[in-house]
Design a protein around this ligand. Structure first.
Ligand code: NAD
Ligand code: IPM
Ligand code: MN
Length: 351
């Protein structure tokens, strides 16, 4: 089969890590006989510099015509003084919204081999960690009414019942294939939108009597993640809470450079991106961990193309490389560490 993939490298470490994911996909292509056709398009700071807009029309068109999108990361200090609508990050939000990608699946899995990179005490993560964060991606405070009016500014957190219902549905479906527990995270003790969230999740839960449901306030959830992360199976939450909790969860697995994500809608189509940003502090140094992006490519093979075996092949190669002690700077305990390209060499060799 031939698959068309739109590539948005983005800013900072974006190009370095996407290049590594492409190398891995090309190696899979050779081994498995599939054909991946890549088309590079611009978004974010790179698009602002080249074309004066954060999301050129052509980028959106190519993304829509493709079978899937891979994105590195967008943003950086160079564009931080731009107004909200003009910033690189707005391109990512527009892409998610325009492509209807309301479900952001962020698995936080701790590889056994990386237990020593976890900052928590051994007994807290003994036996590993395997959580999936299901984050609502096209609603909430990111897309509510907003304005700056002189010395006053606001961003409204708004949710429609249908928006909560469809993401809850996703979370319960995922839980059914796992340990059958959903922890819904909100701030229902304070926010109206969270009370609607909780009521809607309860309604959806009735359709899944086998799944245990629990509701936590987000402040408690943040605390529980470091005190007893193993209690979680699927965490279902809104756009902003999910953004924050997934960075926290990533660090428990060893580094933010490890966590992939899939942003999907009703169909198989999706955008695949690491959860981290453009890491301007290490950009251009061949130092970034490409594993989050490589695992995002693996998620693309599984979610968008149905290539389960090939997806597992990439995951296993990553595990094998880590088992061999190969590590980038963010997870290395030694003075020495591998570069972005070198760790990818090891992963490709392990395929
Ligand atoms: P960040 O995730 O870019 O970086 C936070 C820290 O993690 C930095 O110290 C960085 O060096 C480190 N880090 C991140 N990815 C890494 C990797 N693969 N390997 C090793 N270390 C890694 O977050 P930030 O500094 O808050 O944001 C920087 C820019 O990225 C901002 O402009 C922000 O808006 C943007 N951003 C974009 C996305 C995205 O495009 N999906 C996501 C988050 C942040
Ligand atoms: C992420 C990022 C984005 C978000 C920003 C860059 C818009 O932090 O993908 O986690 O907040 O969703
Ligand atoms: Mn984020």
């Amino acid at each position: 089969m031939e698959y068309k993939i739109a590539l948005i490298k983005g800013d900072g470490i974006g190009p370095e890590i996407i290049d590594q994911a492409v190398r891995v996909l090309k190696a899979v292509e050779e081994k498995c006989g599939h054909s991946f056709k890549f088309e590079e398009v611009l978004a974010g700071g790179a698009a602002i510099d080249a074309e004066g807009v954060n999301l050129p029309d052509r980028t959106l068109e190519v993304c829509k015509e493709s079978d899937a999108v891979m994105l590195g990361a967008v943003g950086g200090p160079k564009w931080d003084d731009l107004k909200g609508e003009l910033r690189p990050e707005k391109a990512l939000l527009t892409l998610r919204r325009e492509l209807g990608l309301y479900a952001n699946i962020r698995p936080a899995v701790m590889f056994e081999e990386l237990a020593d990179a976890c900052p928590l005490k051994d007994e807290i993560v003994e036996g590993g960690l395997d959580i999936v964060i299901v984050r609502e991606l096209t609603g909430g405070i990111y897309f509510g009414k907003r304005a700056t009016e002189g010395s006053h500014a606001y961003d409204c957190m708004e949710y429609w019942e249908y928006e909560v219902a469809r993401i809850a549905e996703r979370a319960f479906e995922i839980a059914m294939k796992r340990n059958k527990k959903v922890t819904s995270v909100d701030k229902a003790n304070v926010l109206d939108s969270s009370r609607l969230w909780r009521k809607t999740v309860e309604k959806t839960a009735k359709k899944y009597p086998e799944v245990e449901v629990e509701h936590l306030y987000v402040d408690n959830a943040a605390m529980q993640l470091v005190v007893n992360p193993k209690q979680f199976d699927v965490i279902l939450t809104g756009n902003m809470f999910g953004d924050i909790l997934s960075d926290e969860a990533s660090m428990i697995t060893g580094s933010i450079g490890l966590l992939p994500s899939a942003s999907i809608g009703e169909q198989n189509y999706g955008m695949f991106e690491p959860i981290h940003g453009s890491a301007p502090d290490i950009a251009g140094q061949n130092k970034a961990n490409p594993i989050a992006t490589i695992l995002s490519a693996a998620m693309m093979l599984k979610y968008s193309f149905g290539l389960e075996a090939e997806s597992a092949m990439i995951e296993n190669a990553v595990k094998k490389a880590l088992k061999g002690g190969h590590r980038t700077a963010d997870i290395s305990k030694e003075e020495s560490y591998l570069s972005t390209v070198e760790i990818t060499d090891r992963i490709i060799a392990a395929l």
